[in-house]
Design a protein around this ligand. Structure first.
Ligand code: DI6
Ligand code: FE
Length: 401
């Protein structure tokens, strides 16, 4: 039996369908069976709205629920001591080469049980939910052995059962070379990453495959082999590319039809063109830029001019982006990267959905999931404008308030 329809009224809607906010004054949104049935000016509501239960939003703003499309929020331990070391002058690469950095988190994550990892992750998830987030991407990549990579992905799946949130997983074993394979990155990709990917996929744990293509991590040739294996399994790919140097990672990702290339501070014109041609989303991560005190900006104007969709995410991780706020990522996207506030909101809704290959959310449009956020603000620019203030009033998940 179809559920009773609900009609949101006395609100403004930023639909994020098409360019800009898609702002509708005195809007109404008709929801039924977990989906958006219709949205538009209240005066134009269809006949079906008449029998719906009205829900008065008191003049508030309704947007698509937010999507954090790049996180590493399942991990053991933290790296506050590394934060201290960097403030004393050590660079991120110095620390990584000395066996700290990612490998410190690998040791802590290997030592943790599934229950430990879940208990540590849930408060991070809850903080995102409290900001109107309804979909979260979570990567593995702090295991670097089969047992721990699978453990991380199972915990990510458990989060979706424990909280009202959609979780999309990315397999990121190609994140760093573990001590067991020191100096043997090729062997690590072929003998560990690819077989572990097959095992994780067989368990239904993988929604996409990611990698870290950097001088301190994996070469384009190594990532190319991993991506070829991923596509052989029918899995989409995405890539950490051009964060610390330009290896042509984004162009490689685009050649594999990647959903996204992420970071991109060192992206060049050829990389922009390759992403535009492939429809690959640029995921910008101002939290990492800020934490590493980087100075080289991602080529936002060139991405915009080429029509490359830009998403924004927290990159929530214990090393380079201990940023547990997507609203703050939106503010940083504007202040640090010069995105406009409507680009920032598109970057955490419509384009974030595209970065995850999700076509059923990220806009207020008929047929899409009724995952919405209701904000106590007048204008959507306020979402990116304030720093350290959360105006969320309510989250609506599949039409349920
Ligand atoms: N890029 C990042 O920003 C994180 N991983 C990656 O590939 C950093 C991960 C860490 O330092 O723990
Ligand atoms: Fe990352």
């Amino acid at each position: 039996m179809p559920s009773k329809a609900t009609l949101l009224v006395n609100c403004r809607a930023a639909t994020m369908a098409g360019n800009g906010y898609g702002l509708i004054e005195d809007a109404a949104v008709l929801m039924q069976d977990g989906r958006i049935h219709w949205a538009g000016p209240r005066a134009g509501a269809p006949a079906a709205a008449r029998g719906a239960e009205p829900h008065d939003l008191g003049g508030r703003l309704v947007t698509p629920a937010l999507i954090d499309c790049h996180t590493h929020l399942v991990h053991g331990g933290n790296r506050a001591r590394e934060f201290e070391a960097r403030l004393r002058g050590a660079s991120y690469e110095d620390i990584a080469r000395a066996g700290g950095g990612i490998l410190a988190t690998v040791a802590a994550t290997r030592a943790a049980t599934e229950a430990d990892l879940l208990a540590a992750a849930l408060p991070r998830v809850d903080a995102l939910i409290a900001e109107g987030v309804a979909t979260i991407e979570i990567k593995s990549g702090y295991g670097l052995n089969a047992e721990t990579e699978l453990k991380m992905l199972r915990v990510a799946r458990q989060i979706a059962a424990a909280r009202p949130v959609t979780v999309r997983t990315s397999f990121l074993a190609a994140h760093a070379v573990p001590p067991e394979y020191a100096g043997r990155a090729d062997a690590y990709i072929d003998a560990l990453c690819i077989p572990t990917l097959r095992a994780a996929h067989a368990e239904g744990l993988v929604d996409a495959v990611d990698g870290f293509c950097e001088g301190i991590a994996f070469s384009p040739a190594q990532i190319d082999r991993l991506f070829t294996a991923a596509r052989g399994l029918g899995l989409p790919v995405k890539l950490h590319a051009e964060q610390l140097c330009d290896l042509g990672g984004a162009a490689l990702a685009a050649r594999h039809g990647a959903l996204s290339a992420d970071h991109l501070e060192w992206l060049d014109a050829a990389g922009v063109a390759a992403m535009a041609a492939a429809g690959t989303v640029a995921v910008l991560l101002p939290g990492a830029f800020y934490s590493l005190r980087e100075t080289r900006l991602p080529p936002v104007a060139a991405l915009r001019a080429a029509g490359v969709p830009m998403a924004l995410a927290t990159d929530l991780n214990p090393g380079t982006s201990p940023l547990n706020s997507l609203l703050l990522a939106m503010n940083m996207g504007c202040t640090l990267f010069r995105l406009t506030p409507d680009e920032a909101l598109a970057g955490t809704t419509r384009h974030a959905a595209a970065a995850l290959g999700l076509t059923d959310r990220g806009q207020i449009a008929p047929g899409l999931r009724a995952d919405l956020a209701v904000w106590s603000v007048n204008h959507p620019a306020e979402l990116a404008y304030r720093i350290g203030f959360n105006p969320l009033y309510a989250r609506i998940i599949e039409g349920e308030t």
